[in-house]
Design a binder for this molecule. Structure first.
Ligand SMILES: [Fe+2]
Length: 431
């Protein structure tokens, strides 16, 4: 298959002694897979060898085939961008170096071959260079493992009849056991909710837990914020959120005033002696599916007509205009729900649509509070309620009488949860 091999350079490189070593490598997360031949790959993972059967040139593309019939078509520019040692991938950072402006028509594949180990060798014109591509690395692309959804569980909508209570995991174990943390993160991606229990009732524990996952997302409420609403504090002048009162909070999502609201929220119960104040959770994914099926007009109004969300705190002025069911801010699978009436300030739609939009909104919130969709339970000291803030609506029953109730919360962007879950799921599969 190689054309004019005599003119090609000998000792085609792109190898290093042990695949996967380098700057910033978490070897624990990558161990466990056999390495066939040490051919370098453009990332820090180990790939089991899956030898290629054939490689053929077809215009600007190469057609790669494995013995089981799996195929992958690779454009020549993409191969050049992923060439290690030819100005494509930097061996230290494993990031691309090639500015697209530097891609030239003359960068042509002169010949290709499959090595004895099943890797791909590409010979390039006009500089007579060559490089190798690991067969297992190419295979992971053919199988779609490079896609954002890979190494993650699929979201599974739930109602109260299919999920009686949120799954529970042990908070102390999540601090030291990657398996427990992996299970909890998978719960959050699949169901959008998980309770970590038996955490110490100490302020600041959430910061320690967050260090196991990734950076927290700060806001005008602080990186670590308190929900402190005993009766004595309910009317405090420092109160800057309905959360810090004893009022009922209907099913809602936090910070719809932002272009991208926080992906996840962790609420740590330190004290709960209040009379009332039970927590509620409603799966917005199930809610949206039900609306689409039974009330298509409501679904259309809620997913296309805009409202302006507005944080009216002293010294801040966060605003965003978007629909309640926001498909423009999501992963393409689940929309982001913007459902916090305390900060939904103005309709942003033709006046003639406002009456119908309000009717749809009323029905949406009634459905969110319907026992068929809503779980109600009481958080105890040491419980950490974790949920997808853009998918799951959370709420709180009103307080009455006396008794302290103190929660602490953090936000974390969806990227951090997904990144950690992929790494943990990948390490689990490797072992
Ligand atoms: Fe909230």
């Amino acid at each position: 298959m190689v054309a004019d091999v005599d003119t090609m350079p000998s000792g085609c490189g792109s190898t290093w002694p042990v695949q996967g070593t380098g700057v910033g490598v978490d070897m624990d997360a990558n161990d466990g897979n056999p390495i066939s031949d040490g051919v370098a790959v453009p990332d820090f993972y180990h790939y089991p060898q899956v030898p290629l059967a054939a490689a053929e040139m077809a215009g600007d593309f190469l057609n790669l085939t494995w013995p089981d019939g799996t195929q992958l078509r690779c454009h020549r520019y993409w191969l050049r961008e992923n060439a290690i040692g030819l100005g494509g991938i930097d061996p230290a950072t494993r990031e691309g170096l090639l500015d697209p402006a530097e891609l030239r028509d003359s960068m042509l594949v002169a010949a290709v071959e499959v090595t004895a180990a099943g890797d791909l060798t590409v010979y390039w014109q006009p500089d007579n260079s060559c490089c190798q591509y690991h067969g297992g690395w190419l295979r992971h692309i053919a199988e779609g493992q490079h896609r954002p959804a890979s190494w993650l569980p699929e979201p599974r909508p739930w109602r109260s009849e299919t999920l009686a209570q949120p799954p529970r995991r042990l908070a102390p174990a999540a601090l030291v056991d990657d398996g427990v943390l992996c299970d909890a993160l998978n719960d959050l991606i699949e169901l959008g909710v998980c309770v970590l229990e038996q955490a110490p009732s100490e302020p600041g524990f959430l910061s320690t837990l967050a260090e196991r996952i990734g950076p927290v997302r700060d806001s005008n409420f602080g990186a670590l914020w308190d929900v402190l609403a005993d009766v004595a504090l309910a009317g405090d002048a420092a109160t800057n959120s309905t959360a810090n009162t004893g009022f009922r909070l209907g099913p809602h999502t936090d910070l719809p005033t932002r272009e991208v609201p926080p992906g996840y929220q962790f609420l740590h119960c330190l004290v709960n002696e209040a009379d009332g104040g039970e927590s509620t959770l409603t799966d917005g994914a199930a809610l949206v599916a039900a609306l689409r099926e039974t009330s298509p007009e409501d679904y259309e109004l809620l997913s296309t007509r805009h409202w302006i969300f507005f944080n009216r705190g002293p010294g801040i002025d966060h605003r965003w205009s978007a629909p309640i069911i926001d498909h423009s801010c999501g992963d393409g699978l689940l929309p982001t729900l913007r459902a916090f009436y305390p900060v939904r300030a103005f309709p942003d739609m033709p006046e003639s649509d406002v009456p119908r939009a309000y009717e749809a909104l009323r029905r949406f919130h009634r459905l969110a509070d319907d026992p068929r969709f809503e779980l109600t339970f009481r958080l105890g000291p040491g419980d950490i309620m974790c949920f997808d803030n853009r998918r799951v609506l959370h709420g709180r029953k009103a307080f009455s009488g006396s008794g302290k109730r103190h929660l602490q919360g953090i936000y974390m962007d969806r990227d951090e949860i997904l990144s950690r879950a992929r790494a943990l799921n990948r390490a689990r599969a490797a072992h």
